[in-house]
Design a binder for this molecule. Structure first.
Ligand SMILES: N[C@@H](CCC(=O)N[C@@H](CS)C(=O)NCC(=O)O)C(=O)O
Length: 365
């Protein structure tokens, strides 16, 4: 019997990230669908709130958050590290993780809910109650899916912003396709952290949901093929990362779009966190949503919720910049300037964050 259990779902964005990574790592694990029983007996007692994916490790401990899951497995599994060795490649990996986890969720949610709504209700029901009748699955799925559906307008997805969301997504697909003409994965010919992070939004919502998948396969067949080999955990044809800590030129347009769109929102979110933190108790959970903030994507503007969690992923980027070895600092500064991200060189997070008890909290000062 496998000693590792992944509790998740085929329809879940972050489960795709974890699954692709665990397969690549060749970890002996079994994936379990999250039934009501698993939710009540495993997830709620250990995590405290309903969220997936969750990894149960051999000593019975339960790990939540894909970054923590990856760190936990990296510490024990053999084979190459998911994180490239070069400091500049590490920085780009963390930037792309911030993009994938915290910004590409907008097109992911748009295409799921505006192109696949009825299908996804049944799919949620099928994965959580596979023995129920199709009608019962639809009813259950609709009940479960409501909180995700309700977050769509809060993410700034509406009639005014949809043209921009689609324009930015299609431009991303075009850029990524171009990149894939030269490399099998983000950082060369084997998958690494950025691939698994991007797999989150690109697999469940944008490839597997039928109407989204049709769009991806039509507009960007190379991205669809990348999605297939990355969710499989790589293939026997995979090779090596690009060497000498180089960043493929073809990533520049992707990184530039990310900085241009996300950086203003992160800057506002940081100000909102500062305001909240000024009156917070030391052990208080940071609210998941702060205020609404203006954003621009693909030329459309709107208002979206500021997610405090995004600052945790940003903190990993800032830590990486702060810890760069002296010989890599100039290259990092040039790269950030080239992609419109030089503000990150000076960015001061108003308060250090950490996860305690599976919740986001202010780190003790
Ligand atoms: N930062 C978390 C995000 C996990 C997450 O948002 N999971 C979604 C499903 S893909 C979920 O369960 N959301 C429930 C919620 O946000 O209330 C991770 O990397 O694991």
């Amino acid at each position: 019997m496998s000693q590792y259990s992944l509790f998740g779902s085929q329809a879940s964005l972050f489960t795709g990230k974890a699954r692709g990574y665990l397969r690549w790592k060749k970890l002996d694990f079994v994936e379990h669908a999250v039934t009501q029983k698993i939710m009540e007996e495993v997830i709620l007692p250990n995590v405290g709130w309903p969220v997936i994916p969750v990894l149960q490790v051999p000593n019975g401990q339960v790990v939540q958050d894909t970054v923590d899951i990856i760190a936990r497995v990296e510490a024990v599994a053999t084979g190459p590290s998911v994180m490239p060795e070069g400091p500049i490649q590490q920085l780009v990996s963390l930037l792309l993780q911030l993009y994938a986890d915290e910004w590409l969720t907008i097109p992911a949610m748009h295409y799921r809910w505006n192109y696949n709504e009825e299908w996804i209700y049944s799919e949620f029901g099928r994965s959580s109650a596979h023995d129920a009748s199709p009608e019962e699955q639809y009813r259950l799925g609709k009940e479960r899916g409501q909180r995700f559906r309700d977050s769509v307008p809060l993410m700034g997805i509406n009639e005014d912003t949809i043209p921009g969301i689609e324009c930015a997504y299609e431009a991303f697909l075009a850029d990524f396709s171009k990149h894939l003409e030269q490399h099998r994965y983000i950082m060369g010919d084997r998958p690494s952290l950025a691939d698994f992070a991007l797999l989150g939004p690109l697999y469940a919502h944008l490839y597997r949901d039928p109407a989204s998948g049709e769009i991806m396969k039509r507009l960007a067949p190379r991205v669809a093929l990348w999605t297939e080999r990355t969710i499989a955990g790589g293939t026997t044809e995979d090779g090596l990362l690009v060497d000498a800590d180089a960043i493929p030129e073809t990533l520049i347009p992707i990184l530039t779009r990310h900085m241009g769109e996300h950086l203003p929102v992160l800057t506002e979110t940081n100000k909102m966190l500062a305001k909240w933190a000024a009156g917070a108790r030391p052990d208080e959970e940071v609210p998941r949503r702060l205020d609404m903030t203006p954003f621009t994507t693909g030329g459309s503007t709107g208002m979206c919720m500021s997610k405090s969690f995004s600052l945790l992923r940003l903190q990993a980027v800032l830590d990486c910049i702060a810890e760069l070895p002296p010989e890599s600092r100039a290259a990092a500064s040039d790269l950030l300037t080239q992609i419109g991200g030089s503000a990150l060189l000076e960015f001061k997070l108003c308060h250090r964050l950490e996860r305690r008890d599976c919740l986001l909290k202010l780190a003790p000062q």
